[in-house]
Design a protein around this ligand. Structure first.
Ligand SMILES: *Cc1c(COP(=O)(O)O)cnc(C)c1O
Length: 223
């Protein structure tokens, strides 16, 4: 089942801000994905490699698959032939493996640097310093098969919306800092991926250009 009313509302809010909607379809069946596909949705997000590969095999070829979950290096090769954007780059070694597998497939893979903005220590992501170390490294300059197109972050799971807003502000500051210092003349560095079902309105107010919304569209995953 999908919630068409919520879908229309999210589409309206994101397109008003010229932001991109990633429909997070993890754990959801292909029938549900096709229902949203038939509404015009083409970008879907998954957080497990196996599930994304299986869905890509059987679903329409013009779907753009975004990897939003933490990604093991040894599994990059499975999605490298088709993945459209990887949101969860949180180490140099992962980026290096993505570059290698992209080269094998004769393509460039778009990536976001994932930042740790939440209070919970369990949420992964880079610090600004770690990101800068990657961007300054000699090895990074030779990675011809990846393109860093922006940043991603997840806010703390809390009902304190002031805290959530501050974390989004921080991610936007990281984006601006990297844009000014490393990507000033690079128009493709333009993605701020932040905002989920519970906080995408705030994220859009704080400069999100890409929201990742799941349960609001597809219903809760805990049932
Ligand atoms: C599951 C997930 C989402 C979507 O969460 P909802 O609350 O269902 O909208 C967004 N981003 C990431 C990284 C996720 O793992």
């Amino acid at each position: 089942m999908i919630n068409k009313e919520n879908y229309c509302s999210v589409v309206e809010k994101t397109s008003f801000k010229k932001a991109t909607l990633v429909a997070v379809s993890k754990t959801k069946p292909n029938e549900d994905i096709l229902l949203l596909y038939n509404e015009g949705q083409r970008i879907f997000g998954e957080n497990r490699v196996k599930e994304m590969v299986e869905k890509n095999t059987v679903l329409p070829k013009d779907i753009q698959w975004h990897m939003i979950g933490s990604l093991q290096r040894k599994k990059v090769k499975l999605i490298a032939p088709f993945v459209s954007l990887i949101h969860s780059v949180d180490s140099f070694n992962l980026l290096s493996e993505i570059n290698k597998q992209a080269a094998k497939n004769n393509r460039t893979i778009n990536c976001l640097l994932q930042f740790h903005i939440a209070q919970e220590y369990t949420k992964s992501g880079l610090s600004l310093l770690e990101a800068i170390q990657i961007l300054n490294s000699d090895d990074f300059q030779t990675m011809d098969n990846i393109s860093i197109v922006g940043v991603m972050g997840m806010a703390t799971f809390t009902s304190n919306m002031i805290q959530v807003r501050n974390e989004f502000k921080q991610l936007k500051n990281y984006f601006d800092e990297l844009k000014n210092n490393y990507f000033n003349d690079n128009d493709s560095f333009n993605v701020v991926s932040m905002g989920m079902s519970g906080d995408f309105d705030i994220a859009l107010e704080e400069g999100s250009t890409m929201v990742r919304v799941g349960s609001l569209l597809f219903g809760s995953r805990t049932k």
